[in-house]
Design a protein around this ligand. Sequence first.
Ligand SMILES: [Zn+2]
Length: 379
Amino acid sequence: MSSVFDDLVGQEHIIDILQKAVAASRTGEESQEMTHAWVFTGPPGSGRSSAAVAFAQALICPNNGCGTCSDCNSAKTSGHPDVEIIRTEGLSIKVEEIRELLTRVAWAPSMGGWRVVVMEDADRLTESAANALLKAIEEPGTRTVWLLCAPTLHDVLPTIRSRCRHLQLRTPSLQAVTNVLINRDNIAPGMADFAARVSQGHIGRAKYLATNESVRSNRKIIMQLPLQLGSLAAAFQAAQTLVDLATQEANESSDERDEKEIEKLQEAYGKGATGGAKAVKELEKEQKSRATRMVRDSIDGALLDIATFYRDVMMVQSGATESMINTDMREQIENYASSHPTHSTILKINAIMDARTNLAQNTAPLVTCEALMCRLAKP
Ligand SMILES: [Zn+2]
């Protein structure tokens, strides 16, 4: 029989725990297996929110998460009265949003079982929002199950994480990702292998790359940047290229969505109504902050790609060539490795990681990339 847990690639170690929790949840009581607060952590792309959503489905499905019934389907698309999936588009989750959520989930579950709240970005809770949430988690007997997702346990307030059961997802193996792309997404084996390798276990990214030619050609341009840093002028040019491509990629995916959202909102208010204009303005503000975040995420992805170039260079310099990520650039990587000192490769990888940290702290993207490219341009 099929199950919502089938899609969790490389996470066999937590599926057993979740299935036991689902079985125990049928008593309607809390127990050693079934608790009402969980934290799912794992590297980007490991599927922490997919795991949490699958668990939510299994908890409300009469067949323990069959993946095909109406409860399973509506839970996945946020259409189930007893399942809330909180996806954050902005940079933070504010206390007002949590208060509003708490009034929504204050009612008893409509089907008599559990109410489940999945919070995909618990790391973005402001401190006051986290404290409001904490009160709700501490309240006994509400029959609400909290499934929080975050990159690491450190991203969650200690007072909250101490009340949650923790599940750590793994980065799926290269082979596991390749198999999913071939079997689930019907991608040709050669392309699946390439996409899985350069995405380093990030399934969503791998699929995006394998099915999108313009994304692949952008990546190719980005991967050539380390080879074009012959002068400071070239370094500044490379930074500009990186930011331009990342912005373009982010905008392509958000423009269409923005328009649809505004249309929907206007429909809801009726064109020309007075309340509508204000709501549209609010929405546009939110869309702007989401766009900023998407550009940052996109630059971060490009920086991780460039890091794989230097990682491969270091592998060659240390004599380990069999685990090369960018096999399509083997000759260029080998040339670079033999004409640059090993110690500078390590400094360059560190420089990329510093730039990512700065970017996450909201420094101006172009300035950050310029400073980085200047450091990478050194021999
Ligand atoms: Zn079901």
